[in-house]
Design a protein around this ligand. Sequence first.
Ligand SMILES: *Cc1c(COP(=O)(O)O)cnc(C)c1O
Length: 407
Amino acid sequence: MTPEQRAADFDAADPLASFRDRFILPEGVIYLDGNSLGALPKATPDRVQAMVEREWGEGLIRSWNSAGWFEMAGRVGAKIAPLIGAAPHEVIACDSTSVNLFKLIAAALKMRPGRKVVLSEPGNFPTDLYMIAGLEAQGLAERRLAERERLFEAIDGDVALLMLTHAHYKTGALHDMAALTRAAHEAGALVLWDLSHSTGALPVDLNGVGADFAVGCGYKYLCGGPGAPAFAFVAERHLADLQQPLTGWFGHAAPFAFSDDYAGAPGIDRLQCGTPPILGLAALEVGVDLIAEIGVGRLYGKSQALSEFFLESLMAHDVTLELVSPPSTAERGSQLSFRHPEAYAICQALIARGVIGDFRAPDVLRLGFAPAYLSFTDMAAAARHVAEVLASGEWQHPEFRERAAVT
Ligand SMILES: *Cc1c(COP(=O)(O)O)cnc(C)c1O
């Protein structure tokens, strides 16, 4: 049987197959970049239009109350909570992942007086490392990086916060959240997990592992749209004492008392800063609702099956590419990354064929398998395109080797 024939059988037996119709995807595109910008849910344009025309256009300022705008950040956060093993009152949708990192790193440092070290790994997503550097420049933090094999031994009594990304953005390699959280706690440190590449693709159990803080992204697997609000999690036991440095009026206990003095809101609302992006929250809510409806457990099962089948299909075409993702599905997120010195040009040649993956410098071709809208037939076709691009050498065309500013 060819990969295409097997794919047809798998698709016929796939209980999630019908969800593809709940998304808008262009004709002729196989979208393997949903881990960078999730696809557009079909319900989003109507929801955003209704918000613009009715809630904004007609309701005007009244909509803060009548359309529930005030509660949106908390409401969307509460809907994200079950996807990450959190309680509804521990999560809020706000700001960007970067800004949420800043707030929570600073809050964690405040809770560990006498300790300054924020421990992470080299090669973590850049913004995560840059946000530590920013606090370091303020004299508040000291950045320590340890290779992932060395993390356990790098956790000592100077560490205030262990901050890691659960699923690595470039390779998809997963950290053992439970073991690392335990080790950090045993050394008196707090833990912040970046769930940008996990949320909506694989199950996470923040309270099960005893995590202190977490952040994650709204525009990747949650399909909230470009620049969607991110989210922040604070474990209930820390909510009462949390001090975050961006003390804006929306995090105030009574924003409309217009007091001269800051008093943080009780609970997770204190993580808000300025006026929330209501249009962005509306789009994010549609994506979160849809991902929650499909169910993160089922999504994870399908993502594992898709990536395994993709690897098998490559083998059926005798493609040998160096896999930099862990070979076992249990040890990786919803992506496969391959190393090739010409990864950039190969990626461009694939995009020209409608297979949209991405390139991560210096030499990684990254293919994401967003399970909500991809089929096994997509996998078979994508594997065939990869085989043809490599065999034909068409990636050598100068047009594919020219670097764009944004990749
Ligand atoms: C995508 C991603 C981010 C994005 O941060 P923004 O502030 O939304 O730009 C942060 N961390 C990780 C690990 C990511 O993968």
